[in-house]
Design a protein around this ligand. Structure first.
Ligand code: C5P
Length: 297
């Protein structure tokens, strides 16, 4: 009997995001610095007495066959080209969905890594990256995680040195979800200027905490922010409230999640309290290094 296998699916935040222009296939070309954080879903692979693979999810709204986990499993099964060991795949959901935190993409990446190992397919990094890009623009980053600069539609990746350790507080306005496609469509209508990510990339290369923090306090970190804030009162209010409290919340990806970095646990838990006082949901986590499962591929 095969042993069960557990793979963590970490969330990501975008420390900076610049939309450059139109890209092939109706996408947008972008440049973004992505950082994996410890907030995570869990994907469990267990022996099954039923044939093929079966999918279960703790969130009934995400339990359908269109879940990226199912799409990843189907893609890998096709690539395997041989009979695979029956497996029950359970997704324990923690990362808020449609929040700009890459939860679905990370679940798909964890499924590729988990099944590659569970089915003993021995696919290499290049093959997995190729399949990941087929599943979604953020999935290639989620395979390895850590700190990376993504280009193209998000699928072309260059590693950056690991970010120095920070506590991360994620702030979510209640009851707001944004689909990535809608965020980009809104961006096309609002179009704002482009931040240069160079100062951020340089700060990460030299590992300068204060310069990284200074970048995040700057007024322009994410080109999608104007679009995300348009018409979303709960997000506008939460951002305003946090700024009045002296904080500098930054939008992650296409939102609506905002985040703030902190140097210590007391400072992070103070920020989390402020988020709750402002009516938002707070998630306290920290920056993560590259995924071990990826290093071992
Ligand atoms: O790649 P993914 O499935 O995550 O993208 C979802 C949608 O977001 C795309 O269909 C597209 O409308 C939009 N998108 C984009 N440019 C990107 C990434 C996503 O326009 N770089």
């Amino acid at each position: 009997m095969k042993r069960a296998l557990v793979v963590k699916a970490f969330a990501k935040i975008n420390l900076g995001l610049r939309v450059i222009g139109p890209y092939r296939g109706g996408y947008h070309e972008l440049e973004t610095v992505m950082q994996q954080v410890s907030l995570a879903d869990t994907v469990l692979f267990e022996p099954s007495t039923l044939g093929g693979w079966r999918f279960f999810c703790t969130d009934p709204e995400l339990a359908g066959e269109d879940n990226l986990v199912c799409r990843a499993a189907a893609l890998l099964e096709k690539r395997a080209g041989k009979a695979t060991t029956p497996v029950r795949i359970s997704l324990y959901k923690v990362i808020p969905s449609a929040a700009g935190l890459g939860g679905g993409s990370s679940d798909a990446a964890a499924t590729l890594l988990g099944l590659n190992s569970y089915w003993d397919l021995q696919l290499g990094k290049e093959e997995l990256l190729e399949m990941a890009a087929e599943l979604g623009s953020d999935v290639p980053f989620c395979l390895g995680g850590g700190t990376a600069l993504a280009r193209g539609r998000g699928e072309i990746m260059a590693d950056l040195p690991p970010l120095p350790f920070f506590w991360v507080v994620i702030a979510l306005p209640r009851g707001v979800k944004i689909s990535t496609a809608d965020a980009y469509a809104a961006f096309d209508r609002t179009r704002s200027g482009e931040p240069s990510l160079d100062p951020l990339i340089e700060a990460i290369r030299i590992g300068d905490r204060s310069k990284i923090a200074a970048w995040l306090r700057g007024s322009f970190t994410n080109t999608l922010e104007t679009a995300a804030l348009t018409g979303l009162e709960p997000l506008v209010d939460l951002k305003k409230g946090l700024r009045v409290s002296g904080l500098a919340p930054v939008l992650s990806g296409s939102g609506p999640a905002l985040f703030m970095l902190a140097d210590s646990y007391p400072s992070a838990s103070g920020i989390a309290r402020t988020v709750q006082e402002e009516g938002g949901e707070a998630y306290l986590c920290w920056t993560e290094f590259k995924k071990e499962e990826w290093e071992n591929v």
